[in-house]
Design a protein around this ligand. Structure first.
Ligand SMILES: Cc1cc2nc3c(=O)[nH]c(=O)nc-3n(C[C@H](O)[C@H](O)[C@H](O)COP(=O)(O)OP(=O)(O)OC[C@H]3O[C@@H](n4cnc5c(N)ncnc54)[C@H](O)[C@@H]3O)c2cc1C
Length: 390
């Protein structure tokens, strides 16, 4: 059967795929956006939108993010395994959304820019040597560059590497949507920085419900359900009455070489999630954008096989941040350092503010590393148990 030809085919229409399709269309490319789900669709996620996500959205879509609802939160309470660590009332703003609304909004933006809407279409065959995708409805779709934006269980990554991710290094998160009881204005965000091993717990109150979850490295959390039940108990919620939903989450294990020739992986499919905060929406959109720009360059030069080389070059700032985050995270999560981090967090408003800025996407890891090195003696003093003055 003759294939319908596109410059770029994007598989997966989450934040990474929508950003890729919108960027490719704006660059004048003929682009198809495929997703096996019909939108709006659900996606397990806290829905926390950071300053970084807002900046990237505006850069990519040329307008401020105006998804409805998007709730601003300025108050955040930290705890450590349920023990209060402090409340910050004038936090850098954090925003909460539901992925049901956000992702539908992003897809609509990509389609409005000219991407062919192939959501609700499952892929039957991915034929990389022939550079075509066969949809379940029988249509053949040819491409110059393929962008795999199909999330953590990526079929494109599986076709390239035999598996979507490494089970020994993947993260896992559990969530529930709890009914709202108070007014949305009154309730701030809560984060427990030790609710799971090498991970944390979150409570994000939104207008319609409160998203509560725990997540961390799978290999370090042999009983994530127990961690979730304990966290819920601390919130006064009986875990027995809840239905947990779970999903894998790349957590520090990003792909150094995300693709092959004219096939590029973006977002979760490339493992681009912050290994300390678990933030993935911002890097998903940014990697989608730069993959599409790399594809546009390669196609313009009639050398689609060079797309990966260009994409890797443009990905370097994100990879650098993830590399530094991987270096720093033992200071927060490793058993021997954890109590020290709790002490530093409890006693130093600077440590709390820096962590908050990190969570809000207002500071990059390069700056944090520099600050840590510069203030190493003070940091060590804060992390060590205080001596009895006698
Ligand atoms: C429990 C949990 C909480 C999180 N909380 C936050 C948070 O608060 N803030 C934040 O920034 N990040 C958070 N993340 C991370 C964030 O959800 C991801 O990093 C982000 O969704 C990645 O976007 P993506 O576009 O790469 O993939 P996805 O959003 O997963 O989108 C992938 C798309 O591909 C489609 N797809 C999959 N397979 C196929 C196929 N075979 N054919 C066609 N289509 C396919 C899917 O239907 C989906 O629409 C959280 C993750 C988890 C697991």
């Amino acid at each position: 059967m003759a294939a319908q030809e596109f410059d770029v085919v994007v598989i997966g229409a989450g934040p990474a795929g929508a950003a890729a399709a919108a960027t490719a269309a704006a660059a004048g490319l003929n682009v198809a956006l495929i997703d096996h789900k019909t939108f709006p669709r659900d996606k397990l996620c806290g829905g926390l939108i950071t300053g970084r996500s807002l900046r990237y959205f505006e850069e990519i879509f040329d307008e401020p993010l105006s998804v409805d609802p998007l709730e601003r939160k300025d108050r955040i309470a930290f705890s450590y395994q349920g023990r209060p660590l402090g409340v910050i009332d004038d936090a850098p703003p954090l925003y909460l959304s539901m992925r049901w609304d956000l992702d539908h909004y992003l897809v609509r933006r990509a389609v409005a820019r000219g991407a062919a809407d192939m959501t609700g279409q499952a892929v039957a065959v991915l034929d990389m040597p022939a550079r075509r995708v066969v949809l379940k409805d029988g249509r053949h779709i040819g491409y110059g560059v393929l962008i795999g934006a199909d999330g953590v269980n990526s079929m494109v990554a599986r076709a390239l590497y035999g598996k979507s991710f490494d089970r020994a290094r993947i993260g896992f998160g559990l969530e529930i949507e709890a009914p709202r009881e108070e007014s949305p204005e009154a309730a701030g965000i809560q984060v427990d920085i030790a609710a799971a091993r090498w991970g944390y717990g979150w409570c994000f109150p939104k207008g319609c419900s409160t998203t509560i979850g725990v997540g961390g490295l799978l290999a370090e959390n042999h009983d994530m359900k127990a961690a979730m039940s304990a966290y819920l108990a601390g919130q006064g919620i009986d875990a027995e009455a809840c239905r947990f939903r779970g999903q894998f989450l790349p957590f520090g294990d990003y792909r150094k070489n995300p693709g092959n020739g004219n096939v590029l992986l973006v977002g979760d499919a490339a493992g681009l999630v912050d290994p300390i905060t678990g933030e993935g929406i911002a890097y998903a959109m940014k990697s989608g954008q730069i993959a599409a720009l790399a594809a546009a360059d390669a196609i313009l030069q009639r050398r689609p096989d060079t797309a990966l080389k260009e994409y890797r070059y443009r990905l370097r700032p994100i990879h650098r941040s993830l590399r530094i985050a991987n270096m720093l995270r033992p200071l927060i999560f490793r058993r021997g350092f954890q109590r020290g981090f709790e002490r530093a967090f409890r006693s130093s408003s600077t440590v709390r503010r820096q962590f908050l800025k990190l969570l809000a996407g207002e500071v990059e890891y390069g700056a944090i590393l520099a600050a840590c090195v510069w203030r190493l003696p003070r940091l060590l003093r804060l992390m060590l148990p205080s001596r009895d003055p006698r």
